[in-house]
Design a protein around this ligand. Structure first.
Ligand code: PMT
Length: 409
């Protein structure tokens, strides 16, 4: 892709069509040239003139018979770097899943060979209907990146899932998909990634936790999926948009995370332990809410299972295990090397958590990747970029062990 990326925005006939104008502006602010295509139903919610004025381009609408030069419009679509459809109604979603091409938008989808991002929007019951869920799964199999709808109050007054994702999230997804360098070096591999921070209950309402947001682990999960891996994200207390195509498992505590990792371990090729797992848990968890009657409160703690140490004893030949080291201060580098050995890891990623501009809950990280035979520094960069570099190193090591050598990029 050279110069300004061109994005084709498809708008279908749902109430969330009004949000597509905001989405268009967001895409433009992110440096994209946006062309718009609408279904007839969409034009009843928002006039094409709105999109024409905002985009600075003619808007194509209608069915195939009425469109004066359908082929030319479809070709214009094909020239786009990415096709984003938002909102995507249940009806158009079903047509796309089944290869129907009865209007300009669905015909363009069928003829388009580039990256497609779709943001469904519909009533909760329609979204939850098995037919829709089947169609969404089919779209994913067709390679569409689905930005899942959120929960909230819908236009019909009902509270539930189905509300179109916020324009900001859709813009972030489009940016991410445009920036991805299409590498396929993890194709055929199964990758598990832990992310987020575990919370260990003290009583029915309180817990001990940490500041991990899960951003580092989710960035790895997205990037690994893009490179062709089959990905399981084992997540603890993360409040981030779902990573399209990634299987997610909720493991709020260290114990739950331990069980899920050990459960998946026999089937995976690569494990990334990016989660901040609690080192201690309460021995007794009070059933209700502990009262304020005492001057002092002692909570008796016991160590949690060290997941990576357990993995070290259970792992089979050919598996590649990557730990992270959250260390305080630059001298943490030598402690990270010690962890690499003690936990029998193939790689460890050191980040200095004394800094507020990287690491915990930041969008950025700066790391040193350690292997038994080497060390490589990655300067401060968005976590998405750091994830790509970690995966470059991982894929190269894994392939080399299999006797397949990848070019250095
Ligand atoms: O989630 P973000 O906000 O994006 O922040 C990212 C991060 C800073 C949390 C991440 O980059 C990171 O450093 N993760 C590891 C945090 C951690 O627990 O480090 P540690 O040095 O305490 O543990 C070393 C390794 O042992 C880690 O891979 C950890 O997952 C693992 N561990 C720890 C405890 C335990 N009981 N079992 C484990 O397997």
């Amino acid at each position: 892709m050279t110069g300004q990326p061109t994005v084709l925005l498809g708008v279908t006939g749902g109430i969330a069509a009004y949000k597509s104008a905001e989405l268009l502006r967001g895409l433009q602010k992110a440096g994209m040239d946006v062309r718009v295509i609408m279904t007839d139903a969409a034009t009843r919610f928002v006039a094409p003139l709105t999109f024409e004025t905002l985009s600075g381009h003619a808007v194509h609408t209608g069915d195939l018979l009425r469109a004066d030069s359908t082929i030319a419009h479809i070709e214009e679509g094909n020239a786009a770097d990415l096709f984003v459809i938002a909102p995507l109604t249940a009806n158009t979603l079903a047509k796309m899943a089944n290869g129907l091409a009865d209007n300009l938008l669905t015909a363009t989808y069928l003829a388009y060979s580039g990256t497609v991002v779709a943001a469904p929007s519909m009533n909760t019951n329609m979204w939850n209907h098995p037919a829709t869920q089947r169609n969404v799964a089919t779209l994913r199999e067709q390679g569409v990146f689905v930005v899942e709808p959120g929960a909230g109050e819908l236009a019909c007054g009902v509270y539930g899932s189905g509300r179109m994702a916020e324009p900001d999230s859709i813009v972030a997804e489009v940016k991410h998909r445009l920036q991805v360098v299409r590498k396929t070096d993890l194709r055929g591999m199964r990758v598990a990634i832990t992310a987020g921070g575990t919370r260990e209950p003290i009583d029915a309402v309180r817990y001990m936790g940490n500041r991990s947001s899960g951003k580092m682990g989710v960035a790895l999960a997205r990037a690994a999926f893009d490179r062709g891996a089959s990905v399981d994200l084992i997540k603890a207390n993360i409040d981030l948009p779902r990573a399209p195509g990634v299987r997610e498992h909720d493991t709020p505590t260290a114990r739950a995370m331990y069980r899920k990792v050990m459960d998946l371990l026999p089937d995976i090729d690569i494990l990334f332990m990016a989660a901040a797992v609690a080192d201690y848990q309460a021995i007794d968890t009070a059933a209700g809410k502990m009262g304020k009657s005492q001057d002092h409160l002692s909570v008796r703690l016991e160590p949690t299972a060290d997941i990576l140490c357990e993995v070290a004893t259970e792992r089979r030949d050919g598996q590649f295990i990557v730990g992270f080291a959250a260390e305080f201060g630059p001298e943490g580098l030598s402690r990270s090397r010690e962890k690499l050995k003690r936990k029998n890891l193939d790689m460890i990623v050191f980040n200095d958590i004394s800094r507020s501009d990287i690491g915990f809950n930041s969008d950025y990280n700066e790391v040193i990747i350690l292997t038994p035979g080497g060390e490589s520094k990655v300067g401060r960069a968005p976590k998405e970029t750091v994830a790509e570099i970690i995966l470059d190193h991982t894929a190269r090591e894994v392939r080399a062990r299999r006797g397949e050598f990848l070019p250095v990029t």
